[in-house]
Design a protein around this ligand. Structure first.
Ligand SMILES: Cc1cc2nc3c(=O)[nH]c(=O)nc-3n(C[C@H](O)[C@H](O)[C@H](O)COP(=O)(O)OP(=O)(O)OC[C@H]3O[C@@H](n4cnc5c(N)ncnc54)[C@H](O)[C@@H]3O)c2cc1C
Length: 404
């Protein structure tokens, strides 16, 4: 195991500053507009692609070429400091890429991950489709079915997925489906649905409380036929896995869970970015705003709120970095990924609320970004495993007991 260090390399510092400049100069000035329009910020994604921030090479650099694990969280914190909605529009394809990387063969990774991004001037997107109306936290209740057609070597997919980031506007959809309903979540597999596949369509697009620049929609699969090669990991591996399950041997983690496990530190880093944005804004405001003859920061009640915010944000970041580092050293030992995501989500919600308090009326109106950051922050208690699901994972890990 490599040593854990808080010291960033020169390359990481350079990357952090580069992403920060993009977040400050391009993302933040556009944030209010795209939140209001509630549309995908294509021009900003295009700009990110042009500088190399949106693209599979960027992800590969962070996911595969970094031994410390810190490169991605550092970059993501800066981007989401700029804006979480636009950040999600830029980073959302990463969930599909992570799903492909978690379950796919080397060949499938090479084929499909680049197609989750496209190229500047010809942008593409990826989406990761697990959730269904009756299967959110309870992934085992999933009903989308995949049936193999031996005669044509095709899989036929039927079902409806919901709350899918980039759902329907993506080019590559990674879909989790049931191949053997007898075995609950151990009978699931991941598939790639290639661009323009007949029978695949977008259902309703959702209007949201926060991260409104990120597209969220249903996707409908109606007799979607995909080639056998679109089963991630391949048929042989699937048959072997199902045979093991049939014999009562322990199977691998659920396909969806493997992906969510891997992305938890990155999601935690997003939340830290939002929290830090709110902290810095509130701190600067408190130094300017005068009441009772002095800047409000000199009222201890305000100063102490800022002290607590700074402390909690650092605590959340440290948990995120630990989880990201552990993930690189062979995996989490005691649910550290869930701890990081749980803490960071809570800190983001709490710190953005405190920032509103520090701004008073200015915190509540849309002239200042703080109310938007508070709206954005709440998603971190909900998606990629709710607060309670993280608690479930952590409590099982620390107790060794089955906790429902
Ligand atoms: C903006 C947005 C983007 C999303 N993007 C994606 C995406 O790209 N791909 C995708 O697949 N999904 C996506 N999701 C779905 C998201 O992952 C789910 O909303 C989440 O997993 C929770 O599921 P649910 O909404 O059905 O809530 P439910 O599972 O119905 O939970 C409701 C409440 O019950 C609690 N609860 C549930 N089970 C337990 C239990 N065992 N013990 C204690 N409490 C429990 C939950 O914590 C929560 O408080 C997205 C959601 C949103 C809002």
């Amino acid at each position: 195991m490599g040593a854990f260090s808080l010291e960033l390399s020169d390359d990481q510092v350079q990357l952090r500053d580069w992403v920060h400049d993009f977040a400050a100069d391009v993302v933040r000035p556009a944030a209010e507009e795209w939140d209001r329009r509630e549309e995908t910020p294509w021009p900003i994604i295009e700009e990110a692609a042009r500088i190399g921030l949106y693209g599979w090479e960027f992800l590969a650099e962070g996911m595969w070429n970094d031994k410390t694990g810190l490169t991605l969280p550092v970059a993501i914190e800066e981007l989401f400091w700029g804006d979480a909605g636009i950040g999600m529009a830029i980073m959302g394809s990463g969930l599909a890429a992570a799903g492909i990387a978690a379950a796919g063969t080397q060949e499938q990774i090479m084929e499909w991950v680049p197609q989750c991004y496209g190229t500047p001037g010809d942008l593409q997107m990826g989406a990761f489709c697990s959730s269904e109306a009756d299967a959110g936290s309870d992934v085992s209740a999933m009903r989308t079915r995949a049936v193999y057609d031996e005669a044509t070597d095709e899989w036929v997919l039927n079902g409806t997925k919901t709350w899918i980031s980039n759902g329907g506007i993506a080019d590559v959809h990674v879909v989790i489906a049931v191949v053997d309903p007898e075995f609950g979540s151990r009978g699931h597999a991941s598939f790639v649905v290639p661009p323009n596949t007949p029978g695949f369509s977008q259902g309703q697009k959702f209007s949201k409380h926060g991260i409104r620049a990120s597209h969220t929609a249903e996707v409908v699969l109606d007799d979607v036929r995909i080639p056998g090669s679109c089963l991630l990991g391949g048929k042989e591996k699937l048959d072997e896995r199902l045979a093991r399950v049939r014999e009562g041997k322990p199977g691998n983690a659920q396909a969806a869970m493997q992906t969510f496990e891997a992305t938890r530190p990155a999601v935690g880093a997003q939340a830290v970015g939002v929290a830090r944005a709110a902290f810095e804004y509130a701190r600067d405001y408190a130094k300017e705003r005068v009441q009772f003859g002095k800047p409000i920061v000199q009222h201890q009640a305000i100063a102490f709120m800022l002290a607590d915010m700074a402390t909690e944000i650092d605590a959340a970041r440290l948990l995120v970095w630990r989880a990201a580092w552990l993930a690189k050293q062979g995996g989490f030992v005691n649910a550290e990924g869930s701890m990081a995501k749980l803490k960071a989500g809570r800190v983001a919600v709490w710190a953005t609320e405190r920032a509103m308090q520090i701004l008073g009326g200015a915190g509540y109106v849309t002239e200042h970004p703080v109310e938007r950051w508070h709206r954005d922050s709440k998603i971190y208690d909900i998606f990629e495993g709710t607060e309670q699901i993280q608690q479930l994972v952590i409590s099982r890990a620390v107790s060794g007991m089955r906790i429902e």
